[in-house]
Design a protein around this ligand. Structure first.
Ligand SMILES: [Zn+2]
Length: 259
C-alpha cells in the first residue's frame, strides 16, 4: 500500500516522523510522497526524502502561498527538480475557498509551475478547491506542457468532471473524505477508471472514519484502500496491486528505489 500525498514535515507529525516511517515499514506501506507548499516545506520534503528510503518528495508552491512565488523560489524548485527522489510538482493549483492569495496571482503561478514541471518531465499534483472551471481552462491553455501526467489530489469535484478529465488520462487520489458518513462519494469514485485511481491520506489532516478528528498518519492508508476496493467491487489485494501499478506509471522515478 502507498500514500501519494501527505505532510510529514507538518508540526503535528514532524517530531514523530522517524517512528511513523518505521511503523509504516512494519505495516507494509511501501512508500509515501511528501508534498511541498512553500519554501520551508519544500526544503523539509527534500530533506525527508534524503533521510528516509521510502519517502519521496514533490516541489512547488501551494495556491495559498502563490503571493510568495518569486525568483528565489523558482531557483530552488529548479535545483531540486532533478533530485532523483523528487517525483512531481505539487501541490499546485487554485483555492477559491480560502482565497489566501488573490485569484489572478493564483492563476499565473499555477500556469507558470505547469510549464516548469514539463521542463523536468515531472507530473503535477493538483490542489483545486471551488475552482474547477478555471483550473480546467488553465490546463487546456497549458495543454502542450501536460506530457508527464496530472493527479487531482483529494479529488472533490463531480462525477461528470472526473469522467471528462479521465478521458485526458488524468489520475485522481482519494483520502479520508471518502469514508465520512453522508459523503456519498461512491458515484464519483466509480466514475474514475480503476487504472486512474490512487490512495492518499493528506496527513496530518482528514483522518478517515472511525478516526475522524484525530491526527492522521499514513498508517491509515489501509482504510482508504478498503473503501476503494469496496466501491470497485474487487478484493483488497487486487486494489492494492492496481494502485501500486498506477502509482509507478504516474511517478516513474520511484521505480529505481523499489528494488
Ligand atoms: Zn496537502
Amino acid at each position: 500500500m502507498l500514500d501519494t500525498h501527505l505532510h510529514l514535515d507538518d508540526p503535528k507529525l514532524a517530531d514523530n516522523a522517524e517512528n511513523i516511517i518505521t511503523d509504516c515499514e512494519k505495516a507494509g506501506i511501501e512508500f509515501v510522497i511528501n508534498n511541498s507548499c512553500d519554501m520551508s516545506s519544500m526544503l523539509a520534503s527534500v530533506a525527508l526524502a534524503d533521510r528516509f528510503k521510502r519517502v519521496f518528495a514533490t516541489v512547488g508552491m501551494h495556491p495559498h502561498d502563490s503571493k510568495s512565488f518569486d525568483d528565489a523560489f523558482v531557483a530552488k524548485m529548479t535545483e531540486f527538480a532533478t533530485h532523483p527522489k523528487v517525483v512531481a510538482v505539487g501541490e499546485i493549483g487554485l483555492d477559491y475557498f480560502y482565497d489566501l492569495s488573490d485569484r489572478a496571482t493564483q492563476r499565473d503561478v499555477f500556469a507558470a509551475q505547469i510549464e516548469l514541471a514539463d521542463s523536468y518531465k515531472l507530473p503535477l499534483q493538483l490542489h483545486i478547491r471551488d475552482a474547477y472551471g478555471d483550473a480546467w481552462d488553465i490546463l487546456r491553455a497549458q495543454r502542450k506542457y501536460l506530457n508527464s501526467g496530472v493527479l487531482w489530489h483529494c479529488y472533490s469535484g463531480s462525477a461528470e468532471f472526473a469522467r471528462q478529465a479521465a478521458k485526458e488520462g488524468h489520475y485522481f487520489a482519494f483520502g479520508g473524505a471518502i469514508t465520512f458518513k453522508n459523503a456519498h462519494k461512491e458515484e464519483v469514485i466509480a466514475s474514475v477508471p480503476i487504472n486512474r485511481v490512487l490512495s492518499e491520506t493528506d496527513s496530518p489532516y482528514l483522518s478517515p472514519e472511525p478516526l475522524r478528528g484525530r491526527i492522521n498518519t499514513p498508517l491509515n492508508i489501509p482504510i482508504i484502500v478498503a473503501k476503494l476496493a469496496n466501491v470497485y467491487g474487487v478484493d483488497v489485494a487486487a486494489m492494492e496491486t492496481q494502485i501500486h501499478n498506477n502509482a509507478l506509471k504516474l511517478f516513474p522515478k520511484i521505480r529505481a528505489f523499489l528494488q
